[in-house]
Design a protein around this ligand. Structure first.
Ligand SMILES: C[S@@+](CC[C@H](N)C(=O)[O-])C[C@H]1O[C@@H](n2cnc3c(N)ncnc32)[C@H](O)[C@@H]1O
Length: 359
């Protein structure tokens, strides 16, 4: 993710999805077995900005219901994450301080962990509630470069299978690590990008297909000689969108490693969240120009995708990389501005509520 708060400032949709899960998180905390303190974790939190309002709301509800337990909040992400921005935001030193909950409540202790979530990140049986939003579609390793597209979701059968295998291994590792960390009766709530029962996924919900557009403009700059064939192929998202069946599979088999580690699935469902930028454009009823809409929509796509395309150009001067990447997103923005109909980034999540059994 781009740092310095760029990610959370441009991802209103991700924040809306998390805020909607606030009641579920609070109910799970209320249902925990009795504890003296509360240890919470937000896995793959980026700069923390998108979940800040939700955590502020959850902690407020705890305090309003006379839950005065000390709270330890652990934010996890990759070592490369901009944790400095995260810590500053929680203390109201950066960005909008409205939900800087460290300023609102006593006895809330914020920590960061820069190790990937495929591993165990905290001591055994010490975590009461884990939460993760829009992060576990990242696979731990790229099994291959996809030859004729940028994303596994649109790849050839062989490439898709290779990513699917990696994602299955990763999902098992993620779950086994959480099983180890959670106290008996602890919960893990995750909102993951995935494919719903109607085959819909991020940026492909009936209108223009976002990943096909990324690919179209990336291929165009290969075809006009701006980038090489190798650079074109290196732009492979290290991601896989699991179906709800793939998410649930480890829980369906009582003999799976995950079931034997004590995890049970309390609930699962899919959720479509409409693109807030498109909603604002439509409700403006002509008061927002097509160009303004394009300039709102493209940065939200850019906030999480840019790193893939920039990395594909490694070895070039950074000024040259920036020029190519600016041109790439500009081409997409120009197409949206010319005809916005169908261009949007709706989110599709698979929502899972998982419990570590008490025995
Ligand atoms: C799209 S952002 C989501 C951020 C935030 N949770 C939200 O919902 O807005 C995905 C985050 O997952 C992080 N991430 C990817 N792979 C990870 C891993 N193996 N371990 C921890 N974090 C990871 C990325 O660095 C990024 O910050």
């Amino acid at each position: 993710m781009r740092g310095e708060g760029y990610y959370s400032e441009r991802t209103a949709g991700a924040r809306n999805v998390i805020n909607d899960a606030g009641a579920m998180v609070f109910d799970a905390i209320r249902d925990l077995p009795p504890t003296n303190t509360l240890r919470l974790a937000d896995f793959g939190a980026a700069d923390g900005g998108t979940s800040q309002q939700m955590w502020d709301m959850v902690i407020r509800k705890c305090r309003e219901t006379d839950d005065e337990r000390q709270i330890e909040m652990i934010y996890t992400d990759l070592a490369s994450n901009d944790f400095s921005t995260l810590f500053r935001m929680m203390q109201g030193m950066q960005g909008d301080p409205t939900h800087a909950y460290q300023n609102h409540f006593e006895n809330v202790f914020v920590h960061g962990c820069g190790t990937g979530f495929h591993k165990q990140l905290m001591t055994s049986e010490s975590l009461h509630l884990g939460f993760s939003a829009t992060a576990m579609h990242y696979v731990s390793a790229k099994p291959m470069e996809i030859p004729n597209h940028v994303h596994a979701v649109c790849a050839d059968v062989g490439s898709k299978a290779a990513f699917g295998e990696q994602a299955a291994i990763d999902w098992q590792n993620i779950l086994l690590a959480r099983a180890e960390e959670l106290v008996p009766g602890g919960r893990f709530i995750c909102l993951n990008f995935g494919i719903d029962e109607e085959g819909r996924y991020l940026g492909n919900t009936g209108g223009k297909h976002m990943f096909d557009h990324f690919h179209k403009f990336w291929r165009a700059i290969r075809d006009d000689g701006s980038i090489t064939k190798d650079e074109y192929e290196r732009a492979t998202f290290v991601q896989y969108y699991r179906t709800i069946e793939e998410f649930c599979a480890p829980f369906m088999d009582p003999d799976s490693h995950v079931s034997r580690a004590g995890l049970v699935l309390k609930s699962s469902y899919t959720k479509l969240t409409k693109c807030p930028y498109e909603a604002a454009f439509k409700s403006a009823e002509g008061k927002m120009s097509n160009r303004e809409y394009a300039e709102n929509l493209i940065p939200t796509m850019r906030s999480w995708s840019e790193t893939v395309f920039k990395t594909a150009l490694r070895g070039r001067e950074s000024s040259e990389i920036n020029k190519i990447i600016d041109g790439f997103y500009q081409a997409y923005a120009d197409e949206v501005a010319a005809d916005p109909e169908g261009h949007a980034m709706d989110y599709v999540h698979i929502i899972l509520d998982i419990e570590k059994t008490a025995s």
